[in-house]
Design a protein around this ligand. Structure first.
Ligand code: ADP
Length: 220
């Protein structure tokens, strides 16, 4: 469950990226966040991951107010969150295996079980057996799948993705959307930002629309 209560985000320098945003995303929902470039989509997602802090208002994740979370507590929050963010690029000098393994290394997972989890995550995104390949040898769509495998390897209850289909052709974009839908069908709460209104259309998602830092409501 993700709850925003009157969240304002002002960046240093005074720019107001979010001007008082309130909404609730229930456990198990599939939600799509859309809006023009600069509307505040990335900012909203970064607040959920505690990468940014609200200037005022509160952000609650699974009942916990994370607005003033101490830095030490952030890794515990992130264990429960799968993040596919634009600035979280793959490590191009490491194999697919090491990229997907990374969150498990950070959380100190036992290595043998971790290797099984990596294999299972790659299978879930349709890249079974590709552990030894280098990311640069994969297509754009496959690289995005590796990023998604990395996001879900910890079995998070919430999966957040910032424009995961931005640089993909329509057919690949639909495949990625279907992949997010499949995680959602397995019980994961999914929130994806996009400027492609058509994305997820057949899955009847909850739609949140941002304009100039304000929630414009919910489009059908
Ligand atoms: P979107 O994802 O919808 O394109 P963003 O959340 O990235 O929107 O940006 C919203 C506004 O906040 C933009 O005007 C952007 O320039 C500004 N912004 C984003 N990040 C920062 C930052 N770190 N410092 C200052 N301004 C920022």
């Amino acid at each position: 469950m993700i709850v925003f209560e009157n969240v304002v985000k002002r960046y240093p320098g005074g720019y107001t990226a979010l001007g008082g945003v309130s909404f609730e995303i229930r456990h198990g929902a599939l939600a799509v966040l859309s809006g023009h470039s600069g509307a505040g989509k990335s900012t909203l997602l970064k607040l959920i991951a505690a990468i940014e802090r609200p200037s005022s208002g509160s952000v609650k994740i699974n009942g916990q107010d994370i607005s003033g979370l101490r830095p030490r507590a952030i890794p515990y929050l992130r264990r429960n969150l799968g993040l596919v963010l634009q600035e979280h690029r793959l490590l191009y000098d490491r194999k697919v295996f090491d990229n997907v393994m990374l969150p498990l290394v950070i959380t100190g997972h036992p290595p043998r079980d971790a290797a099984k989890r990596v294999a299972a995550a790659l299978e879930r995104v349709g890249l079974a057996g590709r552990e030894r390949e280098m990311p640069a040898g994969l297509s754009g769509g496959e690289q995005q799948r590796v990023a998604i495998a990395r996001a879900i390897v910890n079995k998070p209850s919430i999966l957040i993705a910032d424009e995961p289909t931005a640089h993909l052709d329509t057919a690949y974009a639909d495949e990625i959307a279907n992949l997010f839908k499949s995680f959602n069908s397995a019980g994961v709460t999914v929130l994806v930002s996009t400027h492609d209104e058509r994305l997820f259309a057949q899955h009847n998602p909850r739609r949140l629309v941002l304009g100039k830092g304000m929630l414009l409501g919910e489009a059908a």
